[in-house]
Design a protein around this ligand. Sequence first.
Ligand SMILES: [Zn+2]
Length: 74
Amino acid sequence: MFICRNCKSKDKFELMFSPDYQGKRSFSQCYNDKGEIEITVDGYVFVPDLRFMNEHAVCRYCGQIYMWDYDMEG
Ligand SMILES: [Zn+2]
């Protein structure tokens, strides 16, 4: 799980797409059987790392970017 260091919400985010991204930008998230968050973007599934989060994820509650950290307590 990822936690917003600003407001402490967990795994609540939207993705920022670059302006020249060509896909439909359909985005969903779920958890795999290891408890890791999985992101699906236009059919492509991956497990984001902290670098990805801090480059692309916007906190859905407070709107902050670059504020993610791993939530070690699950
Ligand atoms: Zn936040």
